[in-house]
Write a protein that binds this ligand. Structure first.
Ligand code: GRF
Length: 212
């Protein structure tokens, strides 16, 4: 994968990294015109690191316990992103709130994916919380990251039906299938310059639209 001249992105993941896998495949197939320049994890056991290696993507792990403060940890990650020439930071199951230095250096250039229809059920247990509440429809949200918890401007959303016999695993599985389509699409739209944040709203330009 040459990636020459393409927008460089980083994926931050703490766990299994199935979204990373979907993004890497979409990039390799040429569907998403970016280069994954770096994968970062805060968890040395994250399977996402193995996936990065399998796809020959440079990967780094940052342990919070190796740093004297959370600020220093976030600064080190921000420096790694800058050094890698990253223009878009993609959070894919990254289990830490993105801190000050990363946020300020990559303002409006950080995306997250959430397994519920925000603003409902933010936080770590979006799938479980939606099930326990008894909603009939949940879904997937891709959004820009701001200083809040899952509060930034929404880029894409898609509904997923909840069935009576669903448990967390079965619902999350169907949510994942939607995630694997929506996240690469959001990254592609960003890379093509087709997303514009207007206050709380994200405008998506059609290919033929003039940007005003
Ligand atoms: C996804 O469901 C995503 O919505 C949430 O964390 C999960 C990560 O899964 N933020 P994976 O590590 O990509 O498999």
């Amino acid at each position: 994968m040459s990636g020459e001249g393409k927008m460089r992105i980083a994926v931050l993941a703490s766990g299994s990294g199935t979204n990373l896998e979907a993004i890497a495949r979409a990039v390799e197939s040429g569907e998403v015109p970016v280069e994954i320049a770096l994968v970062i994890s805060d968890n040395p056991d994250a399977y996402a690191l193995v996936r990065a290696k399998n796809h020959k993507i440079p990967a780094r792990c940052f342990l919070l316990s190796d740093f004297e403060s959370r600020e220093a940890f976030d600064r080190a990650i921000a420096d790694a992103l800058t050094d890698a020439g990253v223009e878009l930071v993609v959070l894919a199951g990254y289990m830490k709130l993105v801190g000050g230095e990363i946020l300020s250096r990559f303002k409006n250039r950080i995306m997250n994916i959430h397994p519920a229809l925000l603003p409902s059920f933010p936080g770590t247990h979006g799938v479980r919380d939606a099930l326990e509440y008894g909603v009939k429809v949940s879904g997937v949200t891709v959004h820009f990251v701001d200083e809040g918890l899952d509060t930034g401007p929404i880029i894409l959303q898609e509904a997923v039906q909840v069935y009576d016999d669903d448990d967390e695993e079965t619902l999350h599985q169907r949510i994942h299938e939607v995630e694997y389509r929506l996240y690469p699409l959001a990254i592609k739209l960003f890379a093509l310059g087709r997303l514009k944040i207007e206050g709380r709203k994200v405008r998506i330009f059609q290919e033929a639209d003039e940007k005003r």
